[in-house]
Design a protein around this ligand. Structure first.
Ligand SMILES: Cc1cc2nc3c(=O)[nH]c(=O)nc-3n(C[C@H](O)[C@H](O)[C@H](O)COP(=O)(O)OP(=O)(O)OC[C@H]3O[C@@H](n4cnc5c(N)ncnc54)[C@H](O)[C@@H]3O)c2cc1C
Length: 455
């Protein structure tokens, strides 16, 4: 019988383990992880022999120590304005304190010297307001892909002697037993007094089955749909140099819909993302100058909330992504000038384009894929951004589609992130209340402290 079993070794699971073991060496803790240890996480795509996803048994990008964020840009946003709704459960002050605490630990683990960007007292905020745009307030610690990896390596070194890690061990089911929980894995059963589930987005389908089996209520009604914009990095340099990542929200005049910028990557590259065989678009950037490009990319997203009787918001997003895959064989790219003139982009026009695409996508027509209302809102936002970053509406600005942000269903949990079953906690992205590294990590610390109070 373990004191605590943690399912998932992403930021949520790692920070739970870290906080539980920081001073309590006596606790018996096991971490079950369906992926590999960090050092063994290698995606087989090499761009030469293997060019696209071959559907490995465990995805090196999404699964393993470090979770979905292991090879990410490592942007830790310290804010309650985006990245999740943890503050609605534990309060704004506590949520902020926990995110700041996570930042402090990251610095101790190798992040010292990385830059903290902040919107506080920024002139850009005023510029946005003068143009009907709203800059969300945040501090952003940008670890960068390289340092993020070092932080994870150090975290593992600290934890490996205190916690029992079982890699390549997916939890198959969770069952309530006398005095705790039984977790079934392919290698046998594990019993623990408390169980923390932090299975992330990749574990969302499995999480659904746990909620069904254990009669834990859930809700699901949101998906974000949009495009990734790519343009010369000079156009957004005054924003990215000062803020690195600016989250800007605009309420459109036509529909009063909200459009927002998301995941800004200065000098970055546009990349494919494969979710359950559906190819969507995303972006990366690197600290290492050798890997940097001449372009900046960011997403423009419109949130879609559904009401009764439609329940499957993710299926709606998947259908739109499938349509783009059907027409473009994957991700589609279109020049902004072609889009507004109602023309399909072609190989020829793309070859003449002054912005060099960083992703090899199929030139096409996004208006055949993205619903009119969403596309109209995106176009309106591009014109609005041009007021604060002139050049955004250049004909050669590239739009890749589609970018879809799927949301996990929201699991019913209380202010301690505990389900209706005492001792069973659901944290991080699989709870549906976090969508970011800092919120997921903070939720891990929050649960660990609650458990420690009871021990
Ligand atoms: C390419 C990319 C870039 C990103 N960049 C950023 C960024 O810069 N900033 C930011 O804030 N966020 C970013 N994110 C999002 C961020 O990575 C997630 O919000 C965060 O990792 C969530 O942490 P988590 O612990 O909840 O889940 P995850 O990190 O997804 O970890 C969950 C872990 O659980 C394991 N697991 C799943 N099911 C089971 C099971 N049944 N049994 C055992 N183990 C299981 C998985 O293998 C995984 O390792 C990015 C995501 C991606 C994919």
């Amino acid at each position: 019988m373990y004191d605590v079993a943690i399912i998932g070794a992403g930021p949520g699971g790692i920070f739970s383990a870290y906080e539980l073991t920081k001073e309590r060496y006596d606790l018996k803790i096991v971490v079950l992880e369906s992926g590999n240890p960090l050092a063994k996480r290698k995606c087989p795509i090499d761009g030469e022999k293997i060019k696209s996803c071959i559907g490995c048994k465990t995805c090196a990008i999404m699964n393993g120590f470090g979770g979905a964020g292991a090879f990410s840009d490592g942007k830790y946003n310290i804010t309650n304005e985006f990245g999740g709704t943890l503050h609605e459960y534990i309060g704004e002050k506590k949520a902020t304190e926990l995110m700041e605490y996570v930042d402090k630990i990251n610095l101790e683990m190798g992040g010292e010297g990385t830059k903290l960007y902040t919107t506080a007292n920024s002139k850009i905020k005023t510029l946005c307001l003068q143009n009907g745009l709203h800059l969300l307030e945040a501090s952003v610690r940008h670890l960068g892909t390289d340092i993020n990896y070092v932080v994870l390596e150090n975290m593992f070194k600290v934890l490996e002697d205190k916690v029992e890690f079982r890699f390549l061990t997916p939890a198959q089911s969770v069952e309530k037993i006398d005095g705790g929980y039984k977790i079934v894995t392919p290698d046998g059963e594990i019993c623990a007094e408390k169980c923390i589930i932090s299975a992330g987005r990749s574990g969302s389908k499995w999480m659904e089955s746990v909620c069904r089996d254990m009669e834990i209520p859930t809700t699901s009604n949101r998906v974000d749909i949009g495009v990734r914009v790519e343009l010369p990095m000079e156009i957004f340099a005054h924003l990215t140099d000062e803020l690195y990542e600016s989250k800007i929200v605009y309420r459109t005049e036509t529909y009063e819909d909200l459009v927002r910028t998301f995941c800004m990557n200065p000098k970055g590259a546009v990349v494919n993302e494969n979710t359950n065989g559906i190819v969507t678009v995303n972006g990366h950037s690197y600290e290492d100058p050798a890997k940097q490009t001449k372009n900046t990319n960011f997403a423009l997203l419109v949130s879609k909330h559904f009401s009764y009787p439609f329940k499957d918001s993710n299926e709606y997003g998947e259908s739109i992504a499938r349509l783009s895959n059907m027409l473009g064989g994957g991700v589609m790219v279109q020049r902004f000038g072609d889009l507004i003139r109602g023309k399909r982009s072609t190989e020829k026009r793309l070859a003449e384009c002054t912005v060099r695409p960083t992703l090899n996508a199929t030139p096409g027509d996004l208006s055949l894929v993205i619903p009119k209302r969403i596309l109209d809102s995106i176009i309106e936002m591009v014109y609005r951004l041009d007021k604060i970053a002139p050049g955004t509406t250049n004909d050669d600005t590239l739009l890749y589609g589609v970018e879809v942000k799927f949301y996990n269903m929201e699991v019913e949990i209380d202010k301690n992130l505990e389900t209706r079953h005492k001792g069973l906690f659901v944290i991080g992205d699989c709870s549906g209340i976090t969508h970011s590294l800092s919120h997921a990590s903070a939720s891990g610390v929050c649960v660990a402290r609650h458990i420690l109070e009871q021990k």
